[in-house]
Design a protein around this ligand. Structure first.
Ligand code: AMP
Ligand code: ZN
Length: 467
């Protein structure tokens, strides 16, 4: 399997640190609002990367944080007159709802920055002790000059960076030894959340959060670190400096970065008024269509969002779902084992699986993987018929589901049924039976079964369970 490593600027063969295992960290969102569709891109593409590793049999430890202490959160809290904690908790819950809608699997661990402060303080203390960090008036800075590999990820020239930064230097920051030194710990301002530390009552810098959480949940060395391309510099460059200086080991082997999502060919921004949240999209579309849209491009290519492209994704997704529905419909009236001819037809699907895997093995080329799924859909539509055996149809559906599962596309989404609706239908069935309307009673039982609810008539009355 080949993946493009930002560190080497090359596609490299994936070799795990530990056989059969993948340790992967993906920088998560800062939670001060509903997530926007740009934030959804890394969530969807790296969830798909995870799913492909799992498909290949790897055990994936997938960690993705929530940054729940930040100026933007504090400002929003002030605006609403509530605590920063209330803001971050609210938007973490909302983000998880959006993730569920997009069928993004929950991470193995979703650490919260505010719950990991003591570990961050310990890491900063190590950096100070080793001479990689220094304190000035309660603020602790990372001394980039001490870290000889600084710039290796972003491939930046330090002198150019310095001259750029020098002109940006604002007063109060000139206590730094070098304009590129960055903050590890900063003192609180009035009214801000804070934690006690050896240097001041304050809070950690953003970069140290990920270095610490990655170390705590995945160990000092990890296979893959990922995020949007805007994070390469300074965030990931600084994470490398902190982690490698503190631990004395290479931090992550492979660095993966998704390109940006634009709207109508323009950068998404509040000032342009073209900012779209995932929640807004969900009012118009099933979020599966948004997921499918994201996977239609390679993750390292810029992606443009527009109403027309979204409509095209919706109908593309429908083609796949319809093919699966058709197979399921035919299966209802079919039985029997495969004929020799059907066996040969089933073997014919190997080509699509091979194409799909080949695309994914080539730096997760989901665009080509989707094309292979469409080829399979066409094949299913051509070869599944009323005379097909049940076994053949089932196996065909199995191949389709195997591939769509990797993409996180659900082809047999069960309609969710609420408990109160189940109870209501059970009552209705009881009434129908009393009135000797057995046809209606049976229809209700069948309707519930279709939705995965099994009824059991017992001495104590009707009981139900989810299948
Ligand atoms: P943030 O909350 O800004 O730290 O962003 C969370 C994640 O979303 C990071 O991995 C960002 O790189 C990514 N991200 C933000 N905006 C976009 C965008 N327009 N397109 C793609 N990724 C983005
Ligand atoms: Zn991070």
């Amino acid at each position: 399997m080949k993946l493009y490593n930002t560190l080497s600027k090359k596609k490299e063969e994936f070799v795990p640190l530990e056989e059969g295992k993948v340790r992967m960290y993906v920088c998560g969102p800062t939670v001060y609002n509903f997530i926007h569709i740009g934030n959804a891109r890394p969530m969807i593409v790296f969830d798909t990367v995870r799913r492909y590793f799992e498909y290949k049999g790897y055990d994936v430890n997938y960690v993705s944080n929530f940054t729940d202490v930040d100026d933007k959160i504090i400002n929003k809290a002030i605006e609403e007159g509530v605590t920063a904690d209330e803001i971050s908790k609210r938007y973490i819950a909302e983000c998880k709802k959006d993730m569920e809608g997009m069928n993004v699997k929950p991470a193995t661990t979703h650490p919260l920055a505010t719950e990991e402060i003591s570990g961050m303080i310990a890491m900063i203390e190590t950096l100070v002790k080793k001479g990689y960090a220094y304190e000035k008036n309660g603020t602790v800075y990372f001394r980039i000059r001490r870290f000889k590999d600084y710039g290796k990820l972003s491939h930046k020239n330090l002198d150019d960076l310095r001259s750029g930064e020098r002109s940006l230097l604002v007063s109060g920051e000139d206590e730094k030894e070098d304009p590129l030194d960055f903050v590890l710990w900063k003192p609180k301002k009035e009214g801000e959340p804070f934690w006690e530390s050896p240097w001041s009552d304050g809070r950690p810098g953003w970069h140290i959060e990920c270095s610490e959480m990655s170390k705590k949940y995945l160990g000092e060395q990890i296979d893959i670190h990922a995020g949007g391309e805007d994070l390469v510099f300074p965030h990931h460059e600084n994470e490398i400096a902190q982690s490698e200086a503190a631990n004395g080991k290479e931090f992550a082997k492979y660095w993966l970065h998704n390109a940006f999502l634009n709207i109508d060919n323009r950068k998404m921004s509040k000032s342009l008024g073209n900012f779209r949240t995932v929640r807004e999209i969900s009012e118009q579309y099933d979020l599966q269509a948004l997921r499918f849209f994201m996977l239609g491009a390679h993750y390292r290519s810029p992606l443009n969002f527009s109403a027309e492209l979204m409509e095209a994704s919706k109908s593309g997704l429908e083609r796949i779902v319809n093919a699966a529905d058709n197979l399921k419909f035919l299966m209802k009236h079919a039985d029997g084992n495969m004929t020799a001819e059907e066996e040969a037809l089933l073997t014919g699907t190997d080509k699509f699986v091979k194409d799909f895997e080949g695309a994914m093995e080539d730096d997760f080329n989901t665009a080509d993987a989707v094309a292979a799924v469409f080829d399979l859909v066409k094949y299913c539509n051509t070869h599944a018929a009323q005379k097909s055996s049940g076994e053949f149809l089932e196996k065909l559906l199995g191949v389709l589901v195997k591939l769509t599962d990797v993409l996180g596309i659900l082809v047999d989404k069960k309609e969710e049924i609420l408990e109160e609706d189940i109870e209501r239908l059970i009552e209705e069935r009881k009434a129908a039976r009393k009135a000797k309307d057995f046809a209606r009673a049976d229809a209700i039982r069948a309707e519930l079964l279709e939705k995965g609810i099994i009824l059991e008539d017992t001495r104590e009355g009707v009981k139900w369970k989810r299948a």
